[in-house]
Unconditional design. Sequence first.
Length: 123
Amino acid sequence: MEEIRLKFGNNIRKFRKLKNLSIESLAEKSNLNPKYLGSVERAESNISFDNIINLSKALDIEPSELFIFNENINLDLYYLILNLKKENIEHILELLKLINNDSEQNLHLYKEMIKLIQENLKL
């Protein structure tokens, strides 16, 4: 049971950081005590269903997203994909098709380009 609380708390922290929220600001938005919220993130306290709903509303996510425990899923990428507009998804799919059929040398070049874009956008 503790392992699930740890994973759940880590997900709250990840989503909170993705939204650039401090514990205090998330606690205020979700009507929770900041110390209590911190203890939930650290898996030191249990959380009620009502508080899970309040947190998910404050984070602007579905409650079920707090229960995604697959270590193979990068929550940053997951959240980014969820917030993409349809036309952006179509462009990304076309790029992925091109990259998939390209050489290793060009893949390295693409990675370097992505790093530059991230630095410029401060992602």
